[in-house]
Design a protein around this ligand. Structure first.
Ligand code: HEM
Length: 405
């Protein structure tokens, strides 16, 4: 025990990575190696075999009591039947009786080798595939622009405008949009900083950028969540799918063909897709973000995995049973990965949304800019909604449609 406490203290000072316990039973024993000389602990053969890439049980004397292990001779004498590797493997597999003076269960975890998988995935495939997703989206939009060009208002403009979004709706939109863009940029800076900024601009520059990005990211997240809630409250009634959406989808919304204008209410099927993506993915990013913002306080993956296992879906898709026992650090690692992956997906969707709401379609930006849209734009893209507005307010000539400036 004294030895473990000493090791723990040394580990803290030496800055060893924190870690999670793994089920010791999972580690298989092999019978081929004669370990009597080490009292059942690792042998030199084990170490050499592992270096050759061969399968070797991680903990040779799994479950054994070191005190009752066979006597060892010579240089291992000071530890009796134990060896250093016993101490380390007990720490690694969470079987060591660790006591700490402060902190929760996470403070008792000193080695978590699964953390290396997370680290490598975060620095490798996550950045690579995430970047390709964003670059691919930009490329596809550029191609679309070259082929289709800007979607213009086909009919003759009336010179009258209709109110599309009230101030409070535009406020919610820009609160959500502005904060999302800031979160996207600062999140990417934090994610790729070590790989991109340090080699290009050096450690000093990265330090300043990383501190600023972290501060912005952690604080602006609240604005995004507020914007998300407001947008949900204001627009959810207009985003419930209906039969008109099928007609819209059938002709691809007329996006790919000039002169085709399927009927739509306040939001067409494409916009509903954007709305629900923003709400669902945005909520999921917020939940995992909160879990990261309050470390170890809001673990959610073990519970989610247990629920998923009950549905049988992971097994159906060949993932086997998901881990239902996660170490505190593993919870954080999953939260980080999920947060980043879902953010990449939402960023790609939002890039497409920004395109269509600005350079991609004549007259669209006004809806969120001034809140007033050209009546002909409204007729072509949201005909049913325009009819509703005009029947509430009277005919276009007699109604409140205002002359455009
Ligand atoms: C510079 C960035 C952005 C521009 C120019 C922009 C533009 C627009 C415009 C013009 C509309 C109204 C479309 C209409 O009248 O039918 C709109 C709606 C909307 N925007 Fe944005 N937007 C931006 C960023 C964002 C961001 C970052 C989010 C979410 C994170 C977002 C979420 C939405 C949602 C949910 C709607 C309602 C559904 C829809 O029309 O697609 N927008 N945006």
């Amino acid at each position: 025990m004294a030895r473990i406490l000493l090791t723990l203290t040394l580990s803290f000072f030496l800055g060893l990575p924190l870690a999670a316990p793994l089920a010791a039973q999972e580690v298989a024993q092999t019978t081929e190696t004669d370990r009597s000389a080490t009292g059942g602990a690792q042998t030199l053969e084990d170490i050499m075999a592992r270096q050759r890439g061969e399968e070797v049980p991680d903990r040779a004397r799994d479950g054994d009591d070191p005190d009752s292990a066979g006597a060892v001779a010579g240089q291992l004498g000071t530890l009796g039947g134990s060896s250093d590797s016993d101490v380390w493997s007990a720490l690694r597999y969470g079987t060591a009786d660790v006591t700490v003076s402060s902190g929760g269960p996470e403070a008792r975890v000193l080695i978590q080798d699964r953390g290396m998988w997370w680290l490598q995935f975060r620095e490798g495939p996550l950045i690579t595939y995430g970047s390709w997703l964003l670059i691919g989206t930009l490329f596809a939009l550029a191609l679309f622009y070259l082929v289709r060009g800007k979607i213009m208002i086909d009919g003759e403009k009336t010179g009258r405008t209709v109110t599309r979004f009230k101030f409070i709706e535009r406020f919610a939109h820009w609160l959500m949009a502005g904060s999302f863009i800031l979160l996207g940029i600062t999140g990417l800076l934090v994610l790729v900083g070590r790989k991109v900024i340090i080699p290009t601009f050096g450690h000093e520059a990265f330090s300043t950028i990383a501190i600023a990005s972290k501060w912005v990211h952690n604080n602006v997240a609240w604005a995004f969540m507020l914007g998300l809630i407001l947008a949900f409250v204001f627009w959810v009634v207009h985003n419930i799918p209906n039969r008109t959406d099928l007609k819209w989808i059938k002709v691809g919304g007329g996006i790919f063909t000039e002169g085709v204008h399927p009927p739509a209410k306040k939001f067409n099927a494409g916009q509903k897709l954007i709305f629900w993506s923003v709400i669902i993915l945005g909520a999921s990013i917020s939940a995992s973000g909160l879990s990261l913002l309050f470390p170890f306080e809001l673990p959610m993956f073990a519970k989610t995995f247990a629920i998923l296992n009950q549905t049988g879906l992971p097994e159906l898709f060949g993932f086997g049973l998901l881990q239902e026992q996660l170490a505190p650090h593993e919870e954080m690692q999953y939260a980080q990965l999920w947060h980043a992956i879902v953010s990449f997906v939402l960023m790609a969707i939002i890039i497409a949304h920004i395109y269509i709401g600005s350079v991609g379609m004549e007259g669209a930006f006004d809806a969120m800019g001034s809140g007033e849209v050209e009546e002909q734009w409204a007729r072509e893209h949201h005909g049913l909604w325009l009819d509703e507005v005009q029947s509430k307010e009277g005919a276009p000539s007699s109604g409140k449609a205002k002359p455009a400036e």
